[in-house]
Design a protein around this ligand. Sequence first.
Ligand SMILES: Nc1ncnc2c1ncn2[C@@H]1O[C@H](COP(=O)(O)OP(=O)(O)OP(=O)(O)O)[C@@H](O)[C@H]1O
Ligand SMILES: O=C(O)[C@H](O)[C@@H](O)[C@H](O)[C@H](O)CO
Length: 169
Amino acid sequence: MSHLLVVMGVSGSGKSTIGAALSQRLRVPFADADDLHPEANVAKMARGEPLDDSDRWPWLEAVGRWLADRAAAGTGGVMSCSALKRSYRDQLRHHASETTFVLLEGGRDIIERRQASRPGHFMPPSLLTSQFSTLEPLEPDEDGVVLEVDQGVDAIVQAYVDTMDRRER
Ligand SMILES: Nc1ncnc2c1ncn2[C@@H]1O[C@H](COP(=O)(O)OP(=O)(O)OP(=O)(O)O)[C@@H](O)[C@H]1O
Ligand SMILES: O=C(O)[C@H](O)[C@@H](O)[C@H](O)[C@H](O)CO
């Protein structure tokens, strides 16, 4: 089975780290939505201003195209992308309906600590409040897996693999 995943969550939840580790474990291509932002979006976040829906729309289109290409090629893939709102996930599913969303869930304290220990990133910790208030949890009808971030990278990857094994049985 080729996995097509979006690893999602607020800034600092570990999307880039876990996404890369999952792609290695599953032997599928990896991409980071941070690299697909238009320059204006990166500049806006770096100024400490949250993105709005109109900023995110063209960016999510680029993310969706990547997913659609992977689906068409049948390679599977892992994309790290915040995908904070249900409507954003709907937009991505419109491109690739078979996408599974992997939500990295954690409390504000641990995520704030991790962000603080990551100097040089364009995303300022001050935007964490808007990230948490924008996040809409996965709904029951969405194909999704929730993983707790309060554990090591290998344990999080293993939790994903175990969940999928149970599903396939
Ligand atoms: N499970 C983990 N255990 C310990 N440290 C972690 C874990 N996951 C991520 N980290 C660390 O936390 C920080 C944030 O992780 P990462 O950059 O992957 O998050 P992100 O969700 O991609 O953030 P952003 O969306 O802002 O780019 C990094 O310094 C990373 O090394
Ligand atoms: O949806 C958003 O608000 C943004 O995309 C952010 O989540 C960033 O992409 C990233 O997570 C910060 O590094």
